[in-house]
Design a protein around this ligand. Structure first.
Ligand code: ZN
Length: 198
């Protein structure tokens, strides 16, 4: 058993995502590792470019966060700069993948959006009613926001139908903190939901 922290200097697999290099440290060998990398790239392609470009390194281990999490992730930041995102190998097991996307990586990218751009800073507890985060920091508004971000990114229409207040709160935060230059204006979302065929 290794904690992802122990793998921080492990050899990395360079990936190019949204035009930028990202290192994935300590991926598994062989077919399983290739499946993991495919899920990671598939997940990140779905998310706003500005958020993904803030992630320099993804590091794997059997546990993350000093051993406190065994099927999820952790994000370490210094102010607005993201140092790394950690994931466990078991965060990418089949049951935790939805439509080809990693739940854990989407949730962690929600934290990245908060640290880097302040997205979610103005969400109120009452807007997140119905989001049932079950990880370690149960009382954190930001954990529930990261889950709401994930739901929005996976299936916004379904999310809007089931939890309209939370969905509106995520949209408002993306627009407020984002702005045109970050590529997540309403226009961006329309394009993303209905990509032009080329
Ligand atoms: Zn979290």
């Amino acid at each position: 058993m290794t904690d992802a922290n122990e793998n921080l200097s492990a050899p990395g697999e360079p990936c190019f995502i949204h035009g930028r290099r990202m290192l994935v440290r300590a991926p598994r060998d062989g077919a399983e590792g290739r499946r993991h990398l495919t899920i990671i790239l598939n997940t990140l392609m779905r998310l706003p470019r500005a958020h993904v470009q803030k992630i320099p390194v993804i590091v794997f281990g059997d546990t993350v966060g000093g051993g406190s999490v065994s099927t999820g992730g952790n994000t370490r930041n210094r102010g607005r700069d993201i140092i790394y995102v950690q994931l466990t190998y078991s965060a990418l097991q089949h049951s935790l993948i939805i439509n080809g996307y990693s739940r854990a990586l989407m949730h962690e990218t929600g934290h990245v959006a908060t640290h880097a751009f302040g997205i979610g800073n103005r969400v109120r507890e009452s807007e997140l009613r119905g989001i049932t985060y079950t990880g370690n920091n149960r009382n954190s508004r930001f954990e529930r926001f990261a889950d709401a971000y994930r739901m929005y990114m996976v299936s916004p229409y379904d999310f809007a139908r089931r939890l309209p207040n939370a969905c509106r709160a995520v949209e408002r935060e993306l627009r407020r903190a984002g702005g045109r230059e970050q590529g997540h204006t309403p226009l961006f979302f329309r394009r993303w939901l209905f990509p032009p065929e080329d």
